[in-house]
Design a protein around this ligand. Sequence first.
Ligand code: PRT
Ligand code: ZN
Length: 289
Amino acid sequence: MEPSSTLRIALQKSGRLTEESIALLKQAGMKFDSYKGHMIVPVQNFDIELLLIRDDDIPEYVQDGVCDIGFVGANVTAEKNADVQVIRNLGFGKCRLSVAVPKSGPYQSARDLNGKRIATSYPYLTQKYFRENGMEVKTVEISGAVEIAPRLGVADAVCDLVSTGGTLRQNGLIETDVIFTSESQLIQTNKPISDEKQELIDKFLLRIGGCQLAQRSRYIMMNAPKASQEEILRTISALKSPTVLPLADPDMVAIHSVVPINEFWTITEKLKAAGATGIVILPIENMIM
Ligand code: PRT
Ligand code: ZN
């Protein structure tokens, strides 16, 4: 049977990564009807179809070439030890896989857990971490609510995903060792794919790159005394050349530019100090460099 020429993209059917994965596909210009309750969703304006499945299945589907690319947490790909390539870090779904121990128990850190029982949904990564640190543990595999295992007496400690740390705290556990840090990624199969599919993936990556850059940037506009122009341009010259426009007042100019969001407050303070007024900041829809 000839392999399908349609690019197949795997994403989580319903969970923490679904909404942002769908949003990124839409921002990248893909048009499709409601995905809820459907396993296969055709994209109307590209030769692409979306496969909505449990996140645990995504690395293997991509590894086996059932899907060409997939959106999935790095934690899941690592746990499945899947043979795939990471083509883009997506910056959402950030979390860490950590060892946590009961607050009022005898253990202070992973070093105290040699020979003990660890409850986890990540037995492979947990075993690997302890082995690499010269210890042996027994993993008790639990698929949900791992954090209650010590209280039930089925484990001495846990190794679970953490984002805010609230769940651990609520269950009387203290995070002691981070063993893996994770975010959502786009992965691609290592199986051979057609040039047409690769072109589609490249096009898609370019569009996603534009969306990501736009999310990390803000468009900034201000008025400034002509005398401060040089200082202001030095402050905001992060991205190419800013635009300088004359104003009715010959001693003033308008300056427009794009600044990175993480430096945004520092830059704004410097601009104000340099005499900029009427500073307006706008979100950016997309950016093609
Ligand atoms: O049904 P399916 O198998 O597809 O979904 P799932 O239940 O396995 O996964 P889901 O939707 O819960 O998570 C999908 C992915 O989101 C994970 O594989 C991670 O890559 C990422 N992610 C980011 C998280 C978290 N943050 C997270 N906090 N996944 C789970 N959690 C859980 C954690 O297990 C614990 O129960 O949230 C709790 C801790 O959160 P805090 O904020 O209290 O620390
Ligand atoms: Zn899952």
